[in-house]
Design a protein around this ligand. Sequence first.
Ligand code: PLP
Length: 375
Amino acid sequence: MIESLNKVEVSRSALRNNFMLCRQHAHGVAVMALVKADGYGHGMEECARIFAECGAAAFGVAEVVEGVRLRQAGFTHPIFILAGVLPEFFDALFTYQLTPVLVDDTLIAALSQEAVGRNCEKKVHLKVDAGMGRQGSLLPEVAEIIDKVNSADGLRLEGIMAHFPMADDPVTGNSHQVLADFLQMTGTLEHNKRTHVQLHIANSGGIFFVDGSNLDMVRPGISLYGYAADGSGTLKGLTEEQLIPAMRFVSRVIQVREVPAGTGLGYGHIFTTSRTTRLAVLPVGYEDGYLRALSNRACVLIHGQRAPVVGRVSMNLTLVDITGIKGVQAGDEVVLLGRQDWESITADDIAAWMDTISYEVLCLFGHCNPIVYVD
Ligand SMILES: *Cc1c(COP(=O)(O)O)cnc(C)c1O
């Protein structure tokens, strides 16, 4: 088998460590492991397998096609479709026993009819907008929607969820208000209608930064993959145990060359050498998710040392300055993301160079490259 020069390595032991840490911080409540976006770029099926071994109670994905993939991989856990469904997916919801999260009342009648026609019951969760301002029913509408679900044959309201818009900002974010509003609304319901349903609101930021948000279930995503939601790379209040980034993105040196002072490098000559410069040519570029925005900004690791990207990142080639690093040869490992010896480059570092967040970096690298699992 011929291997690709660029690959994403995912550490199973890091995924396990992170799952355990999330569950511990959520005081042992049920964990819905978020494996949408192909497990944030780490490979959905393998991540789900590891989280299942660790005791995940359920999986969360964005859309139906992902849920079907999980079922086809053999998982029997509840699978939540978090971004909404359309009537054309009803058949799959029943065939693959997926749990839809309803975002308003528009599908209640049709879904009820489908369930009755199939002579079965469909559990549903309801997404409410308790201050996120993105998707779900507004709080004053919720009671009426719940009545509709409760009076619809074949449907059973199993849970109510909301989402935090600023759980990554424990200081000035509105999480405590969102949580209070959500609990106030659901408390009223429980009191008036005696409906007990599962309540869940906490994403990674909720678990680590918003006390009391664990409720009946938590929904970690980014922290399962080793990152703090606030981009800090560390979690306050954690001493010995830490989240461990699960992904490395590695390439190989394809050529070493030396150019004189005054050489313009690559497309547009956006970098000109000021001294005799040794360069490592890397067979990686924006095609592999190593975006052009990283030109003249990023660093990579070679022989455990940082080497700056010089000039434009192109489709399949990138140059790094290795003048200060001895003995570099074609074929040597290059770490674009992750640890090498005692140095490391995190997705938060790369996110800062790209003006984005770790989530986007992980999805990008994972989606553009072959994944191999280690540990
Ligand atoms: C993606 C997602 C999560 C996980 O968020 P993280 O910040 O990655 O922990 C939780 N809940 C919902 C509804 C989501 O869509």
